[in-house]
Design a protein around this ligand. Structure first.
Ligand SMILES: Nc1ncnc2c1ncn2[C@@H]1O[C@H](COP(=O)(O)OP(=O)(O)OP(=O)(O)O)[C@@H](O)[C@H]1O
Length: 484
């Protein structure tokens, strides 16, 4: 029996066909991966499978029974739940309130509700207090609360949309252990990820979509990585992430941090030379994000200084950092990244907007960004809100580079970006370094760090290790986890 079976699904947005007669079936108790390049149609399928959007054609059945009508939200919640990268929980409410949101009757009996919440959390082994505010939970805790909520409404199919994007290594392992235990209890998962090694680690079956079409469904065991990538890209041949080993760098310092301290990090001194790429790695609590955000002016330092080309940059002032030549790819494209209603051309040129007098020049710059960064879009005038997540991320990178900054600070630059586009984005970082720019790459993705000349590891706010190019995966991971 299939937990869910969708057939002949077509979805159109104006002239864009997001899904073209696709199918998917997730067997009961299976963990089924859905992969594909940015814009392939994965999120659109999720919206159909969760009843958020009625397809233009096609049908969905859960355990052989036709799906409820789109308006009947409660009926959908009993069938399927999706844990998105961005939380759908209400941050100001408590865990207990979120667990029973839309479920308690007209009379809310708080004491009973709290007790039921405590029982439920215990049943699913979620170590979170029912009175805790959701805003105060970690990403991992929040995901577990959402999974417990889904299971308690009776849903036996859980969709995880890039669940590991914001988790560190140990939290990812804990999530996978939990998925395996739930699978043994008959829960089915549809797992969406751009990390193919995760697909191999936790999934049994994989489906590939390409350009809105179904291309392949196969057992994961026995499917070679090269075959999987070929199904996704339509091209034979592996991937080639540039490692920049042949890059030359000068001794000329560009970015200098002197005794920099701030939110969650202490006394960091670092010099990045022209043509050099420095990686910053560390767990979620290591302070690496706060350090990078202080460098590009989002946070104020409590001590120390940031200088570019010998000139000190005013702290806590993003426009001042930009004027000093520091371009950034921020952590969260939803909040600090893009203006959803503006076009690709406008967003990509935001850092240099005043230099465009003519609309045609702006559009030409937008067209160039689409070509350079491999953005799947209808054209430069398309609002970024219409783009898939990975394609929005590419616009953020294009924007950071438009002003031709002397220093690039990139936080998780390839988050949500498909394997093939990752190659292109890291190629851009490599090319920038070759052109004499300096770059700081903040990431735990080993592929992102391979483009770096050296990698600093932070632990509890301090630099605890430094690796040159010859690092091995195991030793870097051990240092990130504080075991070196
Ligand atoms: N609201 C919308 N209006 C117009 N086009 C849209 C809209 N939502 C999605 N699209 C288009 O539909 C196509 C499929 O997008 P979708 O978000 O499903 O891709 P995806 O496979 O999830 O990509 P990613 O890996 O980047 O998240 C894309 O071409 C996208 O631009």
């Amino acid at each position: 029996m299939n937990a869910v079976e969708a057939t002949g699904v077509t979805v159109r947005f104006g002239r864009t066909v997001a899904l073209d007669d696709v199918r998917i079936s997730v067997a009961e108790g299976d963990t089924h991966a859905l992969v594909g390049r940015n814009g392939a149609g994965k999120s659109t399928l999720v919206s159909v499978l969760t009843g958020m959007r009625a397809p233009d054609a096609g049908s969905v059945r859960f355990s052989g029974v036709a799906a409820p009508g789109v308006a009947d939200r409660a009926a959908w919640r009993e069938k399927v739940a999706c844990v998105y990268q961005k939380s759908t929980a209400v941050p100001e409410l408590s865990v207990a309130e979120n667990l029973f949101l839309n479920r308690q009757g007209p009379l809310v009996r708080w004491k009973a509700l709290r007790r039921r919440a405590a029982d439920l959390l215990e049943q699913y082994g979620v170590a979170v207090h029912p009175d805790a505010r959701v805003a105060d939970l970690t990403v991992e805790q929040r995901q577990l609360v959402e999974i417990a909520r889904a299971l308690s409404t009776g849903a036996r199919l859980i969709i995880l949309d890039e669940p590991t994007a914001q988790l560190d290594g140990p939290a990812i392992e804990r999530l996978f252990d939990r998925m395996r235990a739930l699978r043994a209890a008959g829960v089915s998962f549809l797992f969406i990820s751009h990390h193919l090694q995760e697909v191999y680690e936790v999934c049994r079956t994989v489906t590939v979509y390409r350009d809105a079409r179904h291309v392949l469904t196969a057992p994961v065991a026995g499917l070679a990585r090269a075959e999987l990538i070929e199904a996704m890209t339509g091209e034979a041949g592996g991937l080639d992430v540039p490692d920049g080993a042949d890059r030359t760098r000068s001794a000329q310092p560009v970015l200098e941090l002197a005794g920099l301290s701030g939110d969650a990090f202490t006394d960091v001194s670092l010099t990045v030379a022209a043509g050099e790429v420095v990686g910053l790695a560390g767990s979620a609590s290591s302070g690496k994000h706060e350090l990078a955000e202080t460098v590009y002016g989002l946070r104020s330092p409590s001590a120390g200084s940031v200088s570019v080309g010998g000139a000190r940059v005013r702290g806590g002032d993003v426009p001042a950092a930009l004027r000093a030549g520091i371009g950034c790819v921020p952590r969260d494209r939803h909040h600090q990244g893009l203006v959803a209603d503006l076009s690709i051309a406008e967003n990509a040129s935001m850092t240099v907007l005043s230099s465009f007098v003519r609309r045609s020049a702006l559009r030409a710059a937008g067209r160039a960004a689409i070509a350079d960064y491999d953005i799947k879009a209808a054209g430069p005038d398309q609002p970024v809100s219409d783009l898939s997540g990975g394609n929005q991320q590419k616009v953020v990178v294009a924007r950071a580079l438009a002003a031709d900054p002397a220093v690039l600070v990139l936080i998780n630059p390839t988050a949500g970006v498909d394997v093939k586009s990752k190659e292109a984005l890291l190629g851009v970082v490599d090319a920038q370094a070759r052109a004499g720019r300096a770059a700081v790459v903040v990431s735990d993705e080993l592929d992102d760090l391979r483009v770096c000349d050296r990698v600093l590891v932070l632990f509890h706010g301090r630099v605890v290790a430094e690796f040159d190019r010859s690092w091995r995966d195991g030793e870097l991971i051990a240092a990130i986890e504080g075991m070196s």
